[in-house]
Design a protein around this ligand. Structure first.
Ligand SMILES: [Zn+2]
Length: 245
């Protein structure tokens, strides 16, 4: 019996043209705290209060208070083997686009060039008045921090009650409808729009590969039940050994 990661490696080598959809599971091995799970941030803080756009407009200090809790050690989080494998697959011309629901910025930090962050990124902080962008951790002090112009700074992430960035969504749907393989990594993708993307890919004839610790997609063509870092390292290894055969 062929191991599932060998089958996936062969599929990727044959079809190439792969789009990747990632969620919290890919960052778990980097130690990124989760929001929704038990012991997660939203058990301690009600997100409808602390991370809603409505509250942010009235009192941005609430958001900045939990941001300190969440990403005090933000820059110490490092990409893991799964993020790095996706960079290699991009360099090999197999992965053409990463679409992520994560706001941790680890795909870019790893070196992926074609990344769409549909929920934004914690790394970028934008002035609500002049639009100047600050990159964490180089953010002015204060709660809330202010721009040099006096404007309030807001993370470039989608808060509760906020629209997803339309350009990012447009790219995500276009890429999903034109790929030949979609790798779905570390996400149960139950939330729109992520839930919609594998459906779009499948409707347009793509093969769906799910890599997760428990399966969530009844329609997946291949399922690798494994941690993202382990699975992606093995798939990459199988690909590189076949290329040099
Ligand atoms: Zn400003």
């Amino acid at each position: 019996m062929t191991a599932p990661y060998i089958e996936v490696a062969e599929l990727l080598l044959r079809l190439k043209n792969c789009v990747v959809l990632t969620g919290a599971g890919i960052s778990a091995e980097s130690g990124i705290p989760t929001f929704r799970s038990k012991g997660g941030l939203w058990e301690k803080y009600d997100p409808t209060v602390y991370a809603s756009i409505e509250v942010f407009r009235k009192d941005p200090s609430k958001y900045w208070q939990i941001r300190g809790d969440f990403i005090r050690d933000y820059d110490s989080y490092e990409p893991n083997a799964a993020h790095r494998a996706l960079v290699e697959l991009e360099n090999l011309g197999i992965v053409r686009q990463v679409i992520t629901q994560n706001i941790d910025g680890l795909h870019r930090k790893a070196g992926s060039r074609r990344v769409v962050e549909i929920h934004g990124s914690l790394r970028e902080i934008i002035c609500q008045q002049c639009g100047r962008t600050y990159l964490a951790p180089n953010i002015p002090e204060g709660n809330p921090p202010h721009c040099a112009c006096g404007g309030v700074l807001k993370p470039n992430t989608v808060l509760f009650g906020e629209q997803l960035p339309p350009e990012a969504l447009e790219v995500a749907i276009r890429e999903s409808s034109t790929c030949r393989v979609m790798l779905v990594i570390g996400t149960s993708a139950v939330v729109y729009p992520a839930a919609h993307l594998p459906v779009v890919a499948k409707q347009h004839g793509a093969k769906i590969v799910e890599i997760n610790i428990e399966t969530a997609f009844p329609d997946a063509d291949h399922v690798v039940l494994e941690k993202a870092g382990t699975a992606m390292a093995r798939i990459l290894e199988a690909i590189t050994s076949r290329r040099t055969d």
